[in-house]
Design a binder for this molecule. Sequence first.
Ligand code: ADP
Ligand code: MG
Length: 647
Amino acid sequence: MSSVIRLLPDHVANQIAAGEVVQRPASVVKELLENAVDAGATSVKLVIKDAGKTLIQVIDNGKGMNEIDARMCFERHATSKIAAAADLFQLQTKGFRGEALASIAAIAHVELKSKEYNAELGTHVIIEGSNVVSQEVAVVPDGTSFSIKNLFFNIPARRNFLKSDQVELRHIIDEFERVALAHKDIQFVFINNGSEMFHLPASNMRQRIVNVLGGKTNEKLVPVQESTEIIEIHGFVTKPEYAKKSRGEQFFFVNDRFIKSGYLHHAVTAAFEGLLKDGTHPSYFLYLTLPPNSIDINIHPTKTEIKFDDEQALYAILRASVKHSLGQFNVAPVLDFQKDSGLDVPYGFSGTSSVEPTVEVNTNFNPFENMQSSRAIASQIGSEISRGGFNPFESVKTKSSGGTNSPRVDFQENKNKSGGWETLYEGITDAKEMILASNHHIEDEEVTGSLFDEESLSSQTAQQTYQVHKKYIISPIKSGLLIIDQRRAHQRILYDYYLNSFSIKQNASQQLLFPLSLYYSVFEMELLQSIEQELIQMGFSFNEITNEKIVILGTPESISESEVSIVLEDLLNDLQDNLPDDVPVLYDRMAKSLAQSLAVKTGTFLTDKAQEDIVNSLFGCENPQTTPFGKTTFITMKVEDLDKKFM
Ligand code: ADP
Ligand code: MG
């Protein structure tokens, strides 16, 4: 038999390698930016169109390439950065594999213009799918410009596999920020679809961080500085009170290279022990300098992990120095998250003695008469709670009794009703039926030992709900007991409410007395811009969203001023990893996020009125049985079950 093994032609080998090196437009951005840094540039400009799918261009004023190098750089394993294996252990550059340009040229249309400082003329190379189309002498500025067009033009599967522009842009911004944060001495400019997204002048480290992450970052930063024999650490962590729910802003740089390390991350969070609210994460920007021969970065080109010689010692040093900084800047002792938040008394009430909540008994109340209009009332419960009054539900009654513009009342069927809140309980029979329907077999069973027969139930109007352990709402029903999880029920109510609000033409907006400025990172601003219409639809109003700040002028009536920043932060957090392209999916995600943020917490005391509102609104929902996340909202317990317990 003749032999069958042969060497692959270069362009095929390059295309295969490209599969590893270039996963998405952001990979190209990373490679080109790093090449510019390695070329000693002091100014680097990144230009992208359509999230890099149409164009990625990097222009630098670095040392440039001569005619021959401008061809050679597209060869596989062609690099000027190392000559021998030993050089790997003294690496001062980002690149060393000589793979990136060969890979990129195999799967895109590439144009290179380059000129060395002292050369009179430069060179212009066009290469498409590894084939050199032309190379000419050209008049070009000092430095190098790479334009990458039509990425993956010859691998349709890859191209189709790319995510939405929003997601791809997010990855590009991530890579850009990493390189920009690692090289404060270089000026970076980033133009996205014709408008300037970042303009970062050469500066000091603090200024660079602030320029990248937005104006309000400065006051959040606590410096960290430590110098030992095996490592030098400098950089910043954010004060614990600025910890975020998202994990976005966490950066380690080792010898000016961005890296990820779960182990070192743990060291930093360990230093914050006891200082953070549950579920929040500190931001950090930590620059570690180690002897090049004590680390091994010779790993997969797209990976950012790194191997250290003495990881345990690094862990200890890092943890200690972050802890020291937090202590030194007096951050540690002022905060006490263990404190019972129930003891916090709002200013208006400090000095006044607290009044026991009273239980009002309305003898005419019949929770099961009519539930038609009960929907969505409880949507306000969460906001009432977090507004922080001593009795968070005080205002519910007035608001829900026919206020003219509260969306929570005017919403849906309640629109034209102006009767007292008792009207909200008309139609509870439906609710009861619903409960009974979900357990319809119970109906036929004889109820023994019930305190109320059906008639007496409908005419009995004594207190019908009880809160247990600030967690459950219990209510007697015909067959026995209804037990509702207060937080979950409220999530369902809010979810339905907000989902519905997207189908209402114009949701009412309440103007804020003073405009509220909120600061976010460039990426978060991008994200806000892409959900701008949906936010306006909900009742938000704001002036133009700029690169770093949004000024809120009005909020939906169901969201108070104090909740806005939390709601938006949660929303950004929930959407940032995967912004849906599909509008209904986006509505669903937004409604879920709001339901999560605003739902009454377990451990919150509920007045009788609030309890009733939750019960009624819950059974006004189409799917009262579960939360939007699929969790059970209520259970029923039959009298027989109780009876059995007493046997
Ligand atoms: P590596 O960076 O691993 O060496 P690349 O494929 O990214 O491999 O680049 C190949 C070579 O092309 C580099 O070693 C460098 O000599 C040259 N090169 C790439 N980009 C630039 C640039 N912006 N300015 C000057 N030279 C460059
Ligand atoms: Mg490179």
